[in-house]
Design a protein around this ligand. Structure first.
Ligand code: THU
Length: 135
């Protein structure tokens, strides 16, 4: 599967509209492209009580697991945020990305205006706490 940066961006911008963001009005969208051609999508979903709000990445990744996929099935992860500059996954999402994806899994990051860069999961979380630390 050959994914194109502009086609992925178009899909993210369509998905962005589904974000439920009455409190921040800051939309985030995440698409996990699987090697079998399927896609798993997530958006951020906020809550009046704030704490139960969930990020787009952590809406998408548990669905991947629920549907029986794992890190070896992933072709690409694409992330859109409403940022003007660099749109960066939050700390909790970095930990979840590290847990459920390969360390060298590329993540294409986009903001409001453009494609920013491709990062590996490990770029987002150096010195990660992993199962190896538990022993
Ligand atoms: N948000 C995400 O969905 N992913 C991130 O990695 C960063 C933050 C969401 C949470 C909240 O709904 C909004 O962005 C503003 O923080």
């Amino acid at each position: 599967m050959k994914l194109k940066k502009d086609e992925v961006y178009n899909e993210l911008k369509i998905l962005r509209e589904n974000a439920y963001v009455p409190y921040s009005n800051f939309r985030v969208a995440c698409i996990i492209y699987l090697k079998d051609g399927n896609k798993i999508k997530g958006v951020n979903v906020e809550n009046a009580a704030y704490n139960p709000s969930i990020c787009a990445e952590r809406t998408a990744l548990p669905q991947m697991i629920t549907q029986g996929y794992n890190k070896n099935d992933v072709e690409l992860v694409a992330l859109y945020t409403d940022s003007e500059g660099f749109g960066s996954p939050c700390g909790t999402c970095r930990q979840t990305l590290f847990e459920l994806l390969l360390e060298n899994q590329p993540i294409w990051v986009y903001n409001k205006k453009e494609f920013i860069n491709s990062y590996d999961v490990k770029d987002f979380l150096p010195y990660a706490f992993t199962s190896k630390n538990i022993g």
